[in-house]
Design a protein around this ligand. Structure first.
Ligand code: NAD
Length: 386
């Protein structure tokens, strides 16, 4: 099932639990606007190449639309639509005054030079800039992109990984546990995965396996994450790291561990591997890492899944703090950013648990019903009529 079908299915399930009016349900599902642009740029060798870029603006009932821009070869309109919709529910779960959007360009950023990436970003921005802006639609970095802007907030780079760790702490505390001495497996060692690994390591958690596009490594005694970060920084890869053994990346997701944190691509947990997953907790740091079939298999096995629309909301939450600081021209120190982030993540977890109790549902449906209900309410208050 592709990401859009899976996201729609989760939304419909939540709408049924909430008893939403069927016309309102339909209108919440339809995106506000879909933009497709062709971006032609000169390569460094003088030849021309064209990439297709998308921006989907899903909903603005609760505020300006908000979402990252992803550079990846598998970007397509369906995926961007699914991720834009997830942003709508995510910003509502975090209770920040935003709607949802997402963008992407179908390209392989690793194969483009820095100047080619800059040309591509400029052409894409030029083509969509009439439709974005601080009160309309606020883009952000996502997979394959990074921040190089003026006026950025302290703590933004670490925010998604830090939010993942706050979310993990909230979940484990509910089960009478803490990060210290628990074992973690992390797929993806980019922005989110590396920050999550670093913060887990600092809290005494044992990260026993890590992977990225270059390979996977394991160390049952716990990987020294600061050393791995240094190795990655100097070589650009996880390969040949002396503090662990290399392993088959496909086996990483099914390793024996307490907590599995997918921080790379969508759909990595599916019907082919779900039955073999041995983790007790899954924290969805990536967007849509678990497809619905895997969700069902894992739930039956008793695996507790913390859903993406909550677990990775730390990034958009600090993007919201960044927006507030820029509008006010008043910059916060990093401690304030981090402590506010912790407040938002902890409050959202309590709100989700409350929905789980009211509707007798799992954490994914707790988060979806929370987000969908808030957006539905805002839509009605804005004067929606069937
Ligand atoms: P990134 O580009 O910095 O890192 C992605 C990582 O995944 C890299 O280490 C890459 O090597 C690895 N990867 C790619 N293909 C892989 C594969 N087949 N197997 C193993 N690893 C693979 O991206 P990021 O910003 O860290 O985003 C990761 C995920 O988190 C994405 O799903 C993204 O949508 C989600 N997310 C990111 C943010 C954010 O603020 N960066 C916010 C919310 C959600």
């Amino acid at each position: 099932m592709n990401a859009l079908a899976a996201t729609n299915r989760n939304f419909r399930h939540a709408a049924r639990i909430l008893g939403l009016d069927s016309k309102l349900e339909r209108s919440l599902l339809i995106p506000f606007r879909e933009i497709k642009v062709e971006c032609t740029i000169p390569k460094d060798d003088g030849s021309l190449v064209t990439y297709v870029g998308f921006r989907v603006q899903h909903d603005n009932a609760r505020g300006p639309m908000k979402g990252g821009i992803r550079y990846h070869p598998e970007v397509d309109l369906d995926e961007v639509n699914a991720l834009a919709q997830l942003m709508t529910w995510k910003t509502a779960v975090a209770d920040i005054p935003y709607g949802g959007a997402k963008g992407g360009i179908g390209c392989s950023p690793r194969d483009l030079s820095k100047s080619e990436l800059e040309r591509l970003t400029r052409v894409f921005t030029q083509k969509i800039h009439d439709l974005i802006g601080i009160h309309a639609d606020v883009p952000a970095p996502d997979m394959g992109t990074n921040a190089q802007d003026l006026g950025g907030s302290l703590g933004r780079e670490a925010a998604t990984g830090r939010g993942v760790v706050f979310a993990t702490e909230a979940l484990l505390a509910e089960h009478g546990k803490s990060i210290k001495n628990m074992t973690f497996v992390i797929q993806g060692f980019g922005n989110v995965g590396s920050w999550a690994a670093k913060l887990i390591h600092e809290r005494g958690g044992k990260v026993i396996a890590v992977s990225d596009i270059t390979g996977a490594i394991r160390n049952p005694n716990g990987i020294n994450i600061p050393e791995l970060l240094q190795h990655k920084e100097s070589t650009g890869s996880l390969k040949e790291f002396q503090g662990g053994d290399s392993m088959n990346p496909d086996e990483l997701l099914i390793l024996e561990c307490d907590v599995l944190i997918p921080c790379a691509l969508g759909g990595v947990l599916n019907r082919d591997n779900a039955a073999d997953v041995k983790a007790k907790f899954i924290i969805e740091a990536a967007n849509h890492p678990t497809d619905p079939e895997a969700d069902e298999i894992l739930s039956k096995k008793g695996v507790v899944i913390l859903p993406d629309i909550y677990a990775n909301a730390g990034g958009v939450t600090v993007s919201y703090f960044e927006w507030v600081q820029n509008i006010q021209g008043f910059m916060w120190d990093e401690d304030k950013v981090n402590s506010e982030l912790q407040k938002y993540m902890t409050r959202a977890f309590r709100n989700i648990k409350n929905m789980c109790q009211v509707h007798d549902c799992n954490l994914r449906m707790g988060a979806f019903t929370l987000g969908v209900n808030r957006v539905a309410r805002a839509t009605i208050l804005r004067g929606w009529e069937a």
